[in-house]
Design a binder for this molecule. Structure first.
Ligand code: LMR
Length: 395
C-alpha cells in the first residue's frame, strides 16, 4: 500500500531550515524562516516568559486536560488583546475564542469550520501570500484563488488591482487578509485603504479571515491590532487567527488562537459549540504550558509591561537592521536601490532577489526563501556584512 507513494517536496519555508540544519559550515546564516534572533544570533527567551514560568513552577499545578476551547483566562486575555478590552463584541458576548496550536493551528480550525458551514465558498489569498495559506485551505477542501496584492515596480501594494479583485469576488467568498506585517512582502495597507477594503467586504457579503501572526512587529501592539477592531466594528462575520510564536518568542510552544465574531451572543454560543467539535476531532484539546505563560503575562500588570517593552525592543532592532542593510547595500551595490526595505514592515523583506540569486546565496551558506523573502530579524551586527557582501556578489 505504501510502495507507490511519491516523495513529497520539501516545505518551502521549514524545508529551508532542514537544509540549513544539515549544512556543516559554522558561518551559515538562516534568513529563511520567520524567527526573531537577537544581536548575538540567539532566539531570545523573554524575561517576561521566564518570570511567568517561575510563577507557574511555584504553583506546581497538575497537568489535567484543558477544556476543548482552551484555558478560559487565556481565551479572555486573547480577546481583550485582539479586540481591545472595551470592545463592543466582547461586551455583547459576540466574540468566541478558542486556544489553538499556534497561528497555523488557528487557521486550520477556521478552515475546517468554514468547510463545514460554507463548503461551496472559494478562498482568496493575496498574491503572494504565506506559502502555507494555500496548502492549508486546499487541504481543508477549498478552491484557493489569488487576489492582486504586491506591485514589484513600487515594492508596495497594487491597491487599485486589489480593490477590483475584491469587488469581483462572489458573495460568501472567504478573503484571507494579513492584519499587519504582510508575509512575505512587508507591504501593508494604510488606514484609508483598509477602510475601503472593509466597505467592499461588508457591502459584498464576503467573509474576512484576518491572519495576525506579527502583532507588535509593525508600529506597535495597539496600532497593529487596529484593523481587527475596525473589522469587528463593521459587524460579523469575521475570523481572526493570531499567534504568540513571534511576539512572545514561544515558537515551539505553539500558542495561538482563533477568534470568531458572530452577530449575536446566541449565535456565538452555537459557533463555539461547533468550533469545539473541530478541535475535538483534530487534537482533542490544546496543551497547557504556553497558554498559561501567555495568560500570566497578559494579566499580570508588571509582566505585561515587561512584555510590551521586550516586544518594542525587538521591533526597534529589526528597524535598525533594515536601515543598516539599506545603507550597506548602497555602499556595496550602488547601482541597485534598496530604499524600499526601509518602508517594509515586520520581520520580512521581499528583497527582489531571484531564485537563481537565492541559490547562489545558498552556495555561500546563506539561506533565504526561493521567492527572495529574507528574514530581516535574523540579521545582526555580526552577520550583516557577510550577507551584504554575498548579496552584492549575486546581484
Ligand atoms: C514563516 O513564514 O517563516 C513563519 O510563519 C514560520 C512558518 O511556519 O512558516
Amino acid at each position: 500500500v505504501f510502495s507507490a507513494i511519491e516523495m513529497a517536496p520539501r516545505d518551502p519555508i521549514l524545508g529551508i531550515t532542514e537544509a540549513f540544519n544539515a549544512d556543516t559550515n559554522p558561518a551559515k546564516i538562516n534568513l529563511g524562516v520567520g524567527v526573531y534572533y537577537d544581536d548575538n544570533g540567539k532566539v531570545p527567551l523573554l524575561a517576561c516568559v521566564q518570570k511567568a514560568e517561575a510563577i507557574l513552577i511555584e504553583q506546581a499545578a497538575p497537568r489535567t486536560y484543558l477544556p476543548i476551547e482552551g484555558l478560559a483566562t487565556y481565551d479572555k486575555a486573547v480577546q481583550e488583546l485582539v479586540f481591545g478590552a472595551d470592545s463592543a463584541v466582547i461586551q455583547e458576548k459576540r466574540a468566541v475564542t478558542v486556544q489553538a496550536i499556534g497561528g497555523t493551528g488557528a487557521l486550520k480550525i477556521g478552515a475546517d469550520f468554514l468547510q463545514r458551514f460554507a463548503p461551496g465558498a472559494q478562498v482568496y489569498i493575496s498574491d503572494p501570500s504565506w506559502e502555507n495559506h494555500r496548502a492549508l485551505f486546499e487541504s481543508a477542501g477549498f478552491k484557493v484563488n489569488n487576489y492582486t496584492y504586491y506591485d514589484p515596480s513600487t515594492a508596495g501594494v497594487n491597491f487599485a488591482g486589489m480593490l477590483a479583485d475584491l469587488k469581483a469576488m462572489p458573495t460568501g467568498s472567504v478573503v484571507l487578509l494579513h492584519a499587519c506585517c504582510h508575509n512575505p512582502t512587508g507591504a501593508d495597507l494604510n488606514a484609508d485603504q483598509w477602510g475601503q477594503i472593509i466597505s467592499v467586504i461588508t457591502a459584498n457579503g464576503l467573509i474576512p479571515f484576518l491572519d495576525m501572526a506579527y502583532q507588535g512587529f509593525g508600529a506597535g501592539i495597539a496600532e497593529d491590532g487596529a484593523v481587527v477592531r475596525r473589522f469587528a466594528d463593521a459587524g460579523g462575520p469575521l475570523l481572526i487567527s493570531n499567534s504568540f510564536s513571534k511576539s512572545f518568542s514561544l515558537y515551539g510552544e505553539r500558542v495561538g488562537a482563533l477568534s470568531v465574531v458572530a452577530s449575536s451572543a446566541e449565535e456565538a454560543a452555537r459557533l463555539l459549540s461547533q468550533l469545539k467539535r473541530v478541535v475535538r476531532t483534530n487534537y482533542s484539546n490544546p496543551p497547557v504550558h504556553g497558554g498559561k505563560v501567555v495568560s500570566t503575562v497578559l494579566t499580570t500588570p508588571e509582566l505585561r509591561q515587561l512584555w510590551e517593552d521586550e516586544l518594542a525592543a525587538m521591533r526597534v532592532r529589526i528597524k535598525e537592521m533594515r536601515g543598516a542593510l539599506v545603507a550597506k547595500l548602497k555602499e556595496k551595490a550602488p547601482s541597485h536601490d534598496f530604499e524600499f526595505v526601509n518602508k517594509q514592515v515586520g520581520m520580512f523583506s521581499y528583497s527582489g532577489l531571484t531564485k537563481a540569486q537565492v541559490d547562489a546565496l545558498r552556495a555561500e551558506s546563506i539561506y533565504a526563501v526561493d521567492t527572495g523573502r529574507i528574514c530581516v530579524a535574523a540579521l545582526n551586527s555580526k552577520n550583516i556584512d557577510k550577507v551584504v557582501d554575498a548579496i552584492a556578489k549575486v546581484l
